[in-house]
Design a protein around this ligand. Sequence first.
Ligand SMILES: [Zn+2]
Length: 269
Amino acid sequence: MWRKILKLRDVAKSFHMKAVGNGRHTSFWYDRWSSLGVLSDLLGERGTIDMGIMKAATVEDVIQSLQRKRRYRGTVLNDIAKELEIIKAQQLNEVEDVDMWRWSSGFKPKFSSRETRRLLREPVAQCSWERSVWFPQATPKFAFMTWIAMRDRLSTMDRVVSWCRGVDTTCVLCKLAPETRNHLFFECSFSSQIWDHLTRGLLQRSYTLDWEGIVVLVSDSRMAKKKLYYLRYSKRLCIHCGESVISAGMKNRGASTSLKEAVGISHPQ
Ligand SMILES: [Zn+2]
């Protein structure tokens, strides 16, 4: 854990700099105070020898030791010297150094975890169904389960077989089709009865047992608010029932009859 965090030091560095006042709390080599960047990164180990400045020196130490205009061999070193002369000429002896944090609009003296997170996040494509899973009145447990189902990460048998060879992959309820997410929750002749009972009257001509079609329906923000809420809740109720079937089915693949009784569904006519 800590090693992983330490690997991000270079990223963290790019989010911080120092606005130099008297230079007392600014490391000459390791803080980013110069327009050229962090000087230890720029000049490496040789930098301390070439400039004759100790590793532990602060910017204040260096400014105070500037007695006269010194010329170095190398443009970069002379550029650093010029910056130091400018800071010295400002005579900011009573002004404290300020920590500055990166925002999208530039460095500011205030740190914002929200802004930092936003800058660190890689842009991702907008998820069309996000609001159908996470909405204000959602029950957290159902919402979480629905999210897992949306990602197709539940332990349906078509997925279980990839890590447990030889298992029976037929639907634990109807025994007529492979147990996939799309089949188990809505297409199966047993579980479809729950969806049918809850939504056929509501959806009428839009009624469907197709997973993708249902996702489109529950993501349709143009639908009347109450209808949409009822539909979303019906969907997650079906997923919750299906998830109970998966859990029980994992324990005992032969217990299909008691499972059907457990979720209160009968054999379709
Ligand atoms: Zn089935």
